[in-house]
Design a protein around this ligand. Structure first.
Ligand SMILES: [Mg+2]
Length: 234
């Protein structure tokens, strides 16, 4: 991979993680609804919800701030309904909106332990770096608060460019913006479908990050830490 000039990253669960765990989410929603929700309950599968909402245009559930918000609102409403909460839709909607707003605060996110070291090391090696993420336009303030943007040449958030992963348009947009050819880029993300298959559709080699070692056998390189990317580059 010695023609690689840039490492591009997914954001959520690749460079940064939510500080909130499921019990915090149930507590927050319960407070909004004025009731106690069982804290130990698992949340519904996000990936399943995401892929079931693909629009006919294939641009994904995240191609605008409105669609990103409505994706998460419908997800939280479904989660609350599955716990047996029997309240009017508007009540659930306003609790879900409040949770979405809470997630927009930078302090609700944390970089992974090796994220900043990886970004610094790539800087030292003279690599370009950028982010291609399915996210609302609130992504940049979050990255900025965690001192990630100083290592980046660009951030492409799906809601800002009108195309979301795994559609190749979001990857193509980033390539044009960074003046990179697909073969010059290594892309890393935690979703096989959105990140690996999406990047590949745009001709970009992709690596799956699987920190918990839960992924099935896949046809791409798999790392458990971002620092392992440098082994692939050597
Ligand atoms: Mg991700």
């Amino acid at each position: 991979m010695n023609t690689i000039r840039a490492i591009l990253y997914d954001a959520g669960r690749t460079l940064i993680q939510p500080r909130l765990e499921a019990p915090d989410i149930w507590d927050f929603l319960g407070d909004q609804l004025g009731m106690k929700l069982a804290r130990e309950r698992a949340l519904p599968d996000v990936g399943h919800h995401f892929y079931s909402r693909f629009g006919e245009d294939g641009m994904g559930a995240y191609d605008s701030d409105e669609r990103a918000r409505s994706f998460w609102a419908s997800y939280y409403i479904q989660a609350m309904r599955e716990t047996g909460v029997d309240l009017p839709k508007e009540t659930l909607q306003s609790a879900a909106d409040a949770l979405y707003d809470w997630y927009q605060e930078p302090e609700q996110w944390l970089p992974y332990p090796e994220s900043l070291e990886t970004l610094s090391r790539a800087d030292e090696q003279g690599l370009s770096q950028g982010i291609i993420s399915d996210w609302g336009t609130d992504l940049v303030p979050i990255l900025h608060a965690h001192e990630i943007t100083q290592h980046l040449d660009f951030v492409v958030a799906s809601a800002a460019v009108g195309a979301a992963k795994p559609h190749p348009d979001i990857f193509r947009y980033a390539l044009v913006r960074a003046r990179l050819q697909p073969h010059e880029v290594l892309y890393v993300g935690d979703s096989y479908i959105s990140d690996v298959l999406g990047a590949r559709t745009a001709g970009i080699a992709a690596v799956l990050i699987d920190r918990e070692g839960r992924a099935p056998e896949v046809d791409c390189p798999v790392v458990t830490s971002l620092l392992e990317l440098f082994d692939l580059l050597d």
